[in-house]
Design a protein around this ligand. Sequence first.
Ligand code: SF4
Length: 321
Amino acid sequence: MTALLSVRDLTVTYRTSQGEVPAVRGVSFELEPGGSLGLAGESGCGKSTMANAILRLLPAGITTTGEVLLGEEDVLTMKPGRLRAVRWTGAAIVFQGALHALNPVQRVIDQITEPIILHKTEPDKKAAEKRAVDLLGQVGIPANRAEDYPHQLSGGQRQRVLIAMALACDPDLLIADEPTTALDLMVQAQVLAVLEKLRAERQLSMIFITHDLSVLTYVCDRLAVMYAGRIVERGPSDQVFERPTHPYTRALAAAFPTIGDRESRMNPSGLKGDPPDPAALPAGCPFHPRCPDAIDRCRDAEPPLLPSGPAQEAACILARP
Ligand code: SF4
């Protein structure tokens, strides 16, 4: 099957007073039509930078190299007009923190209608408004709230408005960047259920970003774990979560109790220390200062991503089948 999205050797470098800082380092992956990929990792591992790089949303002055093929077109070399069209009709993003992502002085119906009118995906304003109300209904917001301003809605409702807005022009790919992080557990579950329903109904491809591995196993078919700007493990979600082969994935998985397992507890001896400063990565495997399994050889060279199980890959010299 032809990939909907092919990210090839993507590198993102920030220019700072400390010099050039690599935020994403040579990441490659593919996403099939209707497929879903979960990106996990601690804050600062490069996952949100990568999401923004895929849609070229990073500010000027940041260098992005590699290829981001949406179908057969490279997003990184698209002309501005084509890029504007692709951002809504080809791929759309749901940001975290809906209160900041929505315009506080515009009614939600107008915010959803605007891209529909701009991209002419409906014949006129009346049809665009009808679509906006339909989309709100699909994410569980009743029609009588369409005229509300963002501050009149709850946090979960605002996040669902953002999802409806991202779907305004019927994109093939939805990138959800920590869409549930700021929500309490009950509302988080409602938003996840909405995303799961929409994905199944629309055959929508999705990249879902969070630090919570257990959420990703619920929503995504495949999982990629990032550390220090690289993918360090990937494979089918259930396998990566239940049988992680990279010590970092094991520590991440142990940091969350298993949903539905009453005996499951957070592992108090989980990950220690902080992620490395991207401007001064340790020599060899960047995880070695925190890795419980580290041996002398880990300091020699950064391990490549190689098979670590029947369908998994890991960047660890000890994780080989
Ligand atoms: Fe740990 Fe070494 Fe594997 Fe890195 S290469 S994850 S330090 S065992």
